[in-house]
Design a protein around this ligand. Structure first.
Ligand code: ATP
Length: 344
């Protein structure tokens, strides 16, 4: 089996389980983001993939070889961590060539590889510059080039962009993804930023409490969240409890509603994204509510509505903005196509 495969990987610190029975398969050449709130176990999982920590139980294979207990330096990895840890007394070129020099690659080949990598990160001509004289984004790119110098099998990055300001971070996300696609290198990034994960990943792995809650393509994570944690963590959503009625209708938001695909569950929760909530003139819809607040963000308008004792948020573009005012009664239409019944 090629790619990286984690089988029943668990990590305990004393009695505390930081990573709980994780199974994950990362095909060669794909980009995976480990995403989740602080303390969910992302870094611990990454450290085991890197060989910096041993799993308490379970195994890790890379390209069919069991690497569970193989030391880090024998795993053929490129790593970039938040702190970057560039060598401050070395030039850009010396930083990038570092791993090559340690491996005894001859000078001419080192220079050739450094030039290639500098071109790749758009810093040709920077070889002799001190790393202390670089901008944050340039330092980031040098750290990436340094990690890629040995052409690793697996590229691991832990919160690589979190020290950068928002604009630069967004630009670097696109750059990193494009670089990964050009090189076809299997890449795993730890992040707590869902937008970052959605921008870069083929597969977003959402973790909570040491467990994988869902691993899927960004669009599927957003459109078909597996549970209420994922639905709420990725973007924003309305989580609406329902109780099925005998007739195939359901009670939700204080009304009896027809036409939602609620499956066989007697009770449960549906997730409806704010852009899938439509506000109408009262009278036409079973669900009714009262507008409590309107947030006009310029590009989008969020309308808050109280219905059946719950707050529902509807989002529209300013062009389609419902003509409503605070205190007004409205009908609420939930798109049955995009409403998702959650497992829990
Ligand atoms: P963050 O985004 O804050 O870095 P994370 O998802 O990367 O969080 P981890 O660093 O993997 O989380 O930590 C997961 C849990 O394991 C946390 O509750 C943490 O306190 C605990 N933990 C991590 N390392 C150790 C350790 N060496 N000894 C004891 N507990 C640890």
């Amino acid at each position: 089996m090629s790619g990286l495969i984690l089988s029943n990987v668990t990590k305990q610190f004393g009695t505390f389980t930081a990573v709980d029975d994780v199974n994950l398969s990362v095909p060669d050449g794909t980009f995976v983001c480990l995403l989740g709130p602080s303390g969910c176990g992302k870094t611990t999982l990454m450290r085991m993939i890197a060989g910096l920590d041993l799993p308490s139980t379970g195994s890790i294979t890379l390209g069919g070889e069991d690497i569970t207990e193989v030391p880090t330096h024998k795993r053929n990895l490129g790593m970039v961590f938040q702190s970057l840890a560039l060598f401050p007394h070395l030039t850009v070129g010396e930083n990038i060539a570092y791993a090559l020099r340690i491996r005894g690659v001859d000078k001419a080949d080192q220079k050739k590889r450094v030039d290639e990598l500098l071109a790749m990160i758009h810093l040709s001509g920077f070889s002799d510059r001190s790393v202390n004289k670089l901008s944050g984004g340039q330092r980031q790119r040098v750290a990436i080039a340094r990690a890629l110098a040995i052409s690793p099998k697996l590229f691991l990055l832990d919160e690589p962009l979190s020290a950068l300001d928002a604009k630069l971070r967004e630009a670097m996300q696109v750059e990193l993804r494009q670089l990964q696609q050009r090189l076809g290198i299997t890449t795993i990034v730890v992040t707590h930023d869902q937008r970052e994960a959605m921008t870069m990943a083929d597969t977003v792995v959402v973790m909570n409490g040491g467990q994988i809650r869902q691993a899927a393509a960004p669009v599927d994570i957003y459109r078909r969240p597996a549970d209420s944690f994922v639905a709420d963590f990725i973007g924003s959503t309305n989580l609406i409890p329902f109780a099925a009625e005998a007739s195939g209708r359901a009670t939700l938001l204080g009304a009896s509603v027809d036409g939602l695909q609620l499956g066989t569950a007697k009770t449960g929760t549906i997730s409806v994204r704010p852009e899938d909530v439509q506000l109408t003139a009262p009278g036409g819809e079973a669900i009714t509510g009262t507008v409590t607040f309107i947030r006009d963000l310029g590009g989008t308008v969020e309308t808050f509505v109280e219905a059946g004792g719950q707050q529902i948020v509807a989002v529209s573009s300013p062009r389609d903005r419902p003509v409503v005012t605070v205190g007004q009664a409205v009908g609420i239409r939930l798109d049955p196509e995009t409403s998702v019944v959650l497992a829990k």
